[in-house]
Design a protein around this ligand. Structure first.
Ligand code: AMP
Length: 416
């Protein structure tokens, strides 16, 4: 192990023991989102840094201290994406999608990168998946997205879900609230952390998102944004809640939920699970009606959510996921048998549903049998000199222990 190069802190290998769980979840993501009429978009892993500064906001933790940015040989300032919404908005604008269709329902899956302090459920390269519904300014779109996020986890059997919602209103409503909140927080200025002191001037709403206990105590009695929403914003929020009630999605309104990215407006939400420890957010999202225009596109309303795959895997009951095991493990003993086994495996693979493992280590019978057991193979086919001479191959059911002798044609037929 001397001088062995290791993976980078905060990154993770998916081992062969775990990969079946990832395949299961990735297949589930694709089928679940497609069921609601969403199609996948894949954007590049890196973009111009400016895209993230302009969308996520220069004052956010992500942009101010967590991005992996560099200048390439052509003097371009580039960044590994820290999230997807900015890239999807860029893709939407660049391809003038508003001209092609009034509504775009998109989902995505891939790596995001943030230089955070690694801990359970928090990595520096992590997999995100999520959806963006671009085009609708109506509450049924908000309710659809929130219900989708909730049902996504529920159908996977994750218990103890906590869905929290809030409205942070339109720009107009927020302007008034911002000054009221600032006045309130000024009274506690000396008790705030250095970061919050700075935020008090630039963006006091972000202090509501604090994770520091003594700041949480101050927030407890802060004015609530809901009391400062204008009539339209209030109506919009209550229509969204009514729709969720009508399909019995359980939620609670958290008056201080703001979320850490700058582009949100109106509805914001988060789903947590108490199975996760301190990094308990499974997903979060909200409306971002101003983002596309701010990035130079035609003003287009939109809403979405982003979720972490590693955290989902921490919360899921792995025992309920069917492990992929070989249907057949081919055991061969002797030079002739190796060739036969190779050929028979090829013939059997014409049945594309079969998962077949053919030993390639020329091990003895005992070692091959042990390996078949380790992999939990359903059947073994044993091929030796005697079997070849008599055209009678042993097919053993590893669960029941039953075994029979079959000619090659019958073996193929047996597994058709
Ligand atoms: P955000 O873009 O910060 O709203 O994050 C959306 C979701 O991505 C979170 O709810 C997490 O599930 C996941 N996530 C965010 N940051 C990390 C991270 N550093 N490591 C693992 N998952 C993360």
């Amino acid at each position: 192990m001397k001088d062995c190069i290791k993976n980078i802190k905060g990154t993770k290998d998916v081992s062969f023991e775990e990969s079946y769980i990832w395949h299961y979840i990735e297949n589930y993501i694709n089928s679940f989102f497609q069921r609601y009429g969403y199609s996948e978009v894949r954007t590049p892993t890196f973009e111009n840094t400016e895209l993230f500064i302009r969308s996520i906001g220069g004052d956010t933790d992500i942009v101010s201290k967590e991005m992996y940015s560099w200048i390439d040989q052509g003097k371009n300032t580039l960044t590994l994406r820290p999230e997807f919404t900015a890239s999807i908005a860029r893709y939407f604008i660049q391809n003038q999608l508003h001209k092609k269709n009034p509504m775009h329902k998109i989902y995505y899956v891939g790596s995001s990168f943030r230089r955070e302090r690694p801990q359970k459920g928090r990595l520096r390269e992590f997999k995100q998946f999520g959806i963006e519904a671009i085009g609708s300014q109506f509450p049924e779109q908000d309710a659809e997205i929130i219900a989708m996020a909730y049902n996504f986890y529920q159908e996977l059997g994750i218990s103890n879900l906590k869905l929290e919602l809030n409205s942070i209103g339109s720009k107009e409503s927020r302007a008034e609230y911002r000054s009221v909140l600032k006045t309130y927080l000024q009274k506690y200025k000396n008790d705030l952390s250095e970061t919050s002191k700075k935020r008090l001037e630039i963006n006091p709403l972000r202090i509501l998102d604090t994770k520091i206990d003594f700041e949480k105590d101050i927030i407890k009695n802060a004015p609530k944004i809901i009391d400062y929403l204008n009539k339209d914003d209030k109506k919009y929020f209550s229509s969204t809640l009514d729709l969720l009630d009508s399909i019995k999605v359980p939620y609670s309104v958290n008056d201080y939920l703001v979320r850490g990215l700058d582009y949100y407006s109106q509805t914001v939400f988060e789903i947590q699970s108490n199975l996760l420890g301190s990094q308990n957010a499974l997903c979060g999202g909200g409306r971002y009606d101003y983002l596309i225009e701010e990035l130079g596109g035609k003003s287009t309303p939109a809403i979405g959510f982003a979720a972490g795959l590693e955290r989902l895997i921490l919360a899921i009951d792995i025992d309920n996921i069917l492990k992929i095991v070989p249907d057949i493990y081919m055991i061969s003993i002797g030079d002739d048998a190796i060739q036969h086994s190779f050929k028979i495996a090829h013939q059997l693979r014409e049945n594309k549903k079969l998962n077949i493992v053919n030993d390639s280590l020329r091990r003895n019978m005992k070692a091959q049998m042990k390996d078949a057991n380790r992999l939990q193979a359903k059947y073994v086919i044993i091929i030796g000199e005697e079997e070849i001479a008599s055209n009678q191959f042993i097919v053993k059911n590893m669960n029941s222990g039953d075994q029979k002798k079959l000619s090659i044609d019958k073996v193929i037929e047996h597994f058709k």
